[in-house]
Design a binder for this molecule. Sequence first.
Ligand SMILES: CC(C)(COP(=O)(O)OP(=O)(O)OC[C@H]1O[C@@H](n2cnc3c(N)ncnc32)[C@H](O)[C@@H]1OP(=O)(O)O)[C@@H](O)C(=O)NCCC(=O)NCCS
Length: 153
Amino acid sequence: MSKAKTPSHSKTIKTEVVCPNDTNPMGILQGGRLVQWMDIAAAVSAQTHAGKICVTASIDKVSFENPAFVGDVITIEAKLTRAFSRSMEIFVSAWSSNIVRPKHLLISESYFTFVALDDSGKPTSIPQIKPISKKDIELFKTAGKRRDRMSEK
Ligand SMILES: CC(C)(COP(=O)(O)OP(=O)(O)OC[C@H]1O[C@@H](n2cnc3c(N)ncnc32)[C@H](O)[C@@H]1OP(=O)(O)O)[C@@H](O)C(=O)NCCC(=O)NCCS
């Protein structure tokens, strides 16, 4: 079995600027576009950890806490919380800022589950993860509970 990796090894930051074709008629960033950006950041994080092609298997509840507008800079952070056998959970948060309000404002967060695939497209094993910080240890523990909850549905 390959050596365990840390969450920071595959931490991914993606930035986007909200353009008019990302918004609804009110100039507010569309939820689906934001989830697409979050999914890409999560995929990069999953593939960096696994060293293999990974696909989205599920997305936990997504809520939108604050709107983002044309011109806002969206910063998305994706970080592995836990690696299971062939799947892994990634916590993704998205923040907005702009020239007049440089302080980041949370707009959305969610947990994504990705599965690593081998060359024939079948689920395949991934390295384990070793959480280091207090927050990463807490996320690691609660990932098991989220997985149990999802499998009950
Ligand atoms: C995700 C996928 C690869 C799973 O394939 P599968 O043969 O059903 O997988 P298995 O039942 O053998 O499970 C493999 C792992 O995936 C996990 N998994 C499977 N379906 C899952 C789901 N819906 N949500 C979360 N985890 C899931 C299993 O828990 C297992 O994890 P573990 O090995 O860490 O314990 C397959 O369903 C698939 O290809 N789905 C489409 C993916 C895709 O196209 N994504 C983009 C969506 S637009």
